[in-house]
Design a protein around this ligand. Structure first.
Ligand code: GLN
Length: 246
């Protein structure tokens, strides 16, 4: 009997730059290799919300993309907040990370309210923070990616960052060495890359948490060939991390 896992891809039409949809492909592929049946639902403005959501993935976008989706995001804000409170694993990159915070004040002075899942606020500035990003996370080790944002994000007191930037990149604001945020099982981060192909431990955290919530426990259900393929993918990613972090 197959065990489905419902993956929601949030606003892929307007919030998907620097290959962020690659994160969805990785979760889908690794779910298959772990022996589960991925069901991917693309959710764009005006769509019906899928019946089931085990894991939710959102990407980055220009300020204009953020303005396009904001009304719909507020239509779903209560639902997303309660799913986050219930421990649903989520990964929100850059533009959606900002909108999962309290607000984003853009460089032209307009203010977009966020849905407040993450205790953080973002203020636009003239200088863009662009380049490779290497950070350390206690939970995931070295995490590598690429950032490109003008918004400076500041975490409220007590909010845990996703990682610390000590070697390369700006992170949340270029000032306090924090990068991203972690609230329950929600990860917000500026890491494009896309993130998950190079950092499979993060993908497996999302997958394991989704499976445990739905089925009570996580079991490896894939074949020997599937495990070998996972090991191969992990080795490719470890090599990319070694090169980037050296
Ligand atoms: N528009 C936002 C900023 O520049 C987000 C950009 C992005 O998602 N890459 O800060």
């Amino acid at each position: 009997m197959t065990k489905p896992i419902d993956v929601v891809s949030l606003y892929p039409k307007d919030m998907n730059i620097y290959g962020d949809s690659g994160n969805v492909l990785v979760v889908r592929r690794r779910l298959e290799l772990h022996g589960y049946e991925p069901r991917v639902h693309a959710y764009n403005q005006g769509d019906d919300w899928p019946e089931h959501a085990d894991v939710i993935l959102g990407g980055g976008g220009q300020d204009t993309g953020q303005k396009k989706i904001i009304d719909d995001l507020f239509r779903r804000a209560g639902l997303l907040r309660s799913l986050a409170d219930d421990g649903v694993p989520m990964l929100m990159i850059c533009g959606l990370y900002q909108l999962f915070g309290e607000y984003f004040e853009t460089i032209d002075g307009s203010r977009l309210d966020g849905i407040g899942v993450i205790g953080a606020y973002t203020v636009g500035q003239n200088v863009r923070m662009i380049g490779n990003l290497v950070e350390h996370s206690d939970e995931f080790g070295d995490v590598i990616g690429y950032e490109n944002h003008s918004g400076q994000t500041f975490l409220r007191e007590g909010v845990k960052p996703f990682g610390r930037v000590d070697r390369e990149g700006c992170g949340n604001n270029g000032e306090d060495h924090t990068e991203g945020a972690r609230v329950r099982n929600v990860i917000g981060t500026y890491m494009h890359g896309s993130l998950l192909p190079k950092n499979p431990a993060v993908a497996d955290f999302l997958i394991r948490t989704a499976v445990e919530r739905r089925y009570g426990s996580f079991e490896e259900l894939g074949s020997d060939a599937d495990r070998a393929e996972l090991a191969r993918l992990d080795a490719v990613a470890a090599n990319a991390r070694r090169v980037a972090a050296s």
